[in-house]
Design a protein around this ligand. Structure first.
Ligand code: FAD
Length: 605
């Protein structure tokens, strides 16, 4: 029988990104005991990479902004299949959550009159992103981490959760192993908050850190929770494309927010060629108007480079396919051109986009103050995730909560840039608050010993197969190639059916993976364990994408290029069936209250 260490908490938070840390603060503030588990070191979660900012309608840079405009922008961006209640709560509460961060020591960039400065971003009608240069995630993590330590928590760093344990249908605990020594740990908890982030590592080209293997999605799914909107993957339009070793690394939308323009190999600003009807009234009619918008002219409309990410990514894809791409398979993003408009443009760009300047200088030997960058789409964010109650963030499993990127609802078919960081602090807080309340109202649940032993035995099976087993890296790599090629930006039924066929083969191969050696810091073993999650989420994405026979937001089907009204009234939901097969259904959207409908109508012009 395997041995393990045990721990017990009122609230157990899995994930130390923005959502997890904000949940910790709220739960600790409620006076319950809080444990935090994360795969990497504290402060290193994926959130630290966030660049452009967090969206909150504080109206500092444009007094026409309000929660109503933010709400309408979010719903339009999500093509109206968002959970309207989450979009409402998010728009209303984000300003307070940002001000709260400031009170805890976050040092935001400032307007000339000393208020938090807000920048333009795609799909946001007014400048709305509170930011710290292009290193906003670092400041967010630093602030939340300091405050969480002050409030009191016990941290288990470099631990990976491999199984969620239920007791009579409610969350009871988790099994984890520490990555350094490979020893097992069992955590009992009255309430569990999943805040495990995204799943970009299912794709070959991604901006996501190594942690993004869809663990929370898969853990919840295997425990019986419902996932929705899994077909909606966000391909960010601007990732680096050259050199190959850095392909996929993000180039923040802040570059376009500061006046950067997209051009094809013919030097044409192709984004002016394709402006969707529902965005026409808000989009600049020429380059001059677009530039004035980026410089804060309230009478100007935004340039087409700041249309939603799904649209910009598809336009880039089209240019490349039509043979008008850059030498390395992207297009050109030019911020250097602003020297025509700004005297000290070099200093200005370095001040506004310090990380981008260094990123290109160090990684591509390119000076963005004098040359155009080469960029192309990169897998960036998953709109889909664990289905939660909007107010409490509890999943369909009692006592299991989810917040941040692994939860779903707020973004619908497409997330607006900047809405994730504000989502983390709004819904991280709510998850922590309601998890603490649940832990007070419900006693401890029992962790079943045989379930623990089975989870441990399953996780050690790759050692028994040893070197004669399949290579886990190879299976992971083949899966990434398949998802990239067959379930990417432009999808068709036949390609996705082929992806499904291959996923079944990868599952069979994953069941045979083998590793040898000690358990201590064994990257091959870690990959073998991640594989199960990557396969689960890849299948969920592919099957949901096949089911949605239309194009909407981040999901574009070449064989069904238009929106279909019936699909505009449902979310696609997946759940594990009794025989472990994936069950799929269409869940009707709840009706939106009239006052919110009116807000959307008012903001349509
Ligand atoms: C380069 C880049 C720039 C971005 N810029 C912006 C931006 O400017 N504005 C914006 O709004 N959004 C931005 N985003 C998106 C945003 O950063 C993410 O959506 C967000 O940070 C996710 O936060 P999270 O708290 O949900 O999870 P994460 O920050 O991803 O944290 C997940 C945590 O869960 C832990 N974890 C995962 N699995 C397990 C497991 N099995 N066991 C234990 N722990 C586990 C991880 O170790 C980690 O601590 C950006 C994303 C990228 C990649």
């Amino acid at each position: 029988m395997a041995t393990y260490a045990t721990y017990s908490y009122d609230v157990l938070v899995i994930g130390a990104g923005g959502a997890g840390l904000r949940a910790v603060i709220e739960a600790a503030d409620a006076g319950v005991s809080v444990g935090l588990i994360c795969k990497s070191l504290l402060g290193k979660a994926h959130t630290v990479m966030a660049e452009g900012g967090m969206a909150a309608a504080m109206a500092h840079n444009d007094d026409r902004d309000s929660w109503k405009v933010h709400f309408a922008d979010t719903m339009r961006g999500g093509q109206y299949i968002n959970n309207w209640r989450m979009a409402e709560l998010h728009a209303k509460e984000a300003p307070d959550r940002v001000r709260e961060l400031e009170g805890w020591g976050a040092v935001f960039d400032r307007t000339p009159d000393g208020r938090i400065n807000q920048r333009n971003f795609g799909g946001h009608r007014y400048p709305r992103l509170a930011h710290v240069g292009d290193r906003t995630g670092l400041e967010l993590i630093r602030t939340l981490q300091d405050h969480a330590v002050y409030k009191g928590m016990t941290v288990h760093m470099e631990h990976t959760v491999i199984e969620l344990i239920l007791d009579n249908g409610r969350a009871a605990g988790v099994v984890a192993y520490d990555r350094e020594r490979g020893r097992f740990h069992v955590f009992q908890a009255k309430a569990i908050v999943l805040a495990t982030g995204g799943l970009g590592r299912a794709y070959r080209i991604t901006s996501n850190s190594w942690e993004g293997t869809g663990d929370g999605h898969a853990l919840a799914y295997r425990a019986g929770a419902e996932l929705i909107d899994m077909e909606f993957i966000q391909f960010h339009p601007t990732g680096m494309v050259w050199p190959p070793s850095v392909r996929g690394i993000l180039v923040t939308e802040g570059v376009r927010g500061e006046g950067g323009v997209l051009k094809n190999s013919e030097g044409r600003r192709f984004m002016f060629d394709d402006i969707p009807d529902n965005y026409k009234p808000q989009t600049a009619s020429d380059a001059e108007e677009g530039w004035r918008y980026t410089q804060g002219d309230k009478s100007a409309r935004r340039p087409p480079e700041l249309l939603t990410r799904d649209h910009v990514a598809r336009c880039i894809n089209r240019e490349v396919k039509a043979g008008r791409g850059s030498p390395h398979g992207g297009v050109f993003l030019d911020i250097a051109w602003i020297k025509e408009k700004i005297k000290d443009s070099e200093g200005h760009i370095k001040r506004k986009l310090p990380s981008m300047y260094h990123q290109f200088k160090e990684l591509a030997d390119l000076d963005i103050t004098s040359e155009a960058m080469e960029v192309g789409p990169t897998t960036h964010y998953v709109m889909g995730g664990i289905r939660v109650d909007a107010d409490t963030q509890m999943s369909t499993i009692p006592g299991l909560f989810a917040a941040g990127e692994c939860a779903s609802g707020i973004n619908g078919a497409n997330r607006l840039g900047g809405n994730s960081l504000s989502d983390l602090i709004v819904f991280g807080k709510r998850a922590g608050e309601y998890a603490a309340r649940w832990s007070r109202e419900n006693g401890a649940a029992r962790v079943d010993e045989s379930t623990v032993q089975k989870a441990i035995a399953d996780s050690l099976a790759p050692f028994e197969r040893g070197e004669s087993g399949e290579n886990p890296y190879k299976v992971q790599s083949d899966l990434q190639d398949t998802m990239q090629a067959l379930v990417g930006i432009v999808r068709t039924e036949s390609e996705m059916q082929e992806a499904l066929r291959r996923i079944q083969q990868f599952k069979a191969r994953a069941a045979r993976v083998g590793v040898s050696g000690h358990r201590e810091y064994h990257a091959g073993w870690h990959t073998a364990l991640d594989l199960r999650n990557l396969l689960t989420v890849s299948e969920a994405v592919t099957r949901s994408a096949i089911e949605r026979k239309e194009s909407r937001g981040g999901h574009f089907r070449e064989d069904y290029p238009d929106k279909v009204a019936d699909f505009g009234a449902v979310n696609i939901m997946v759940k594990q069936g009794r025989g472990d097969e994936l069950q799929l259904s269409r869940v009707p959207l709840p009706p939106m209250p009239d006052p919110l409908k009116q807000v959307i109508e008012e903001q349509k012009s």
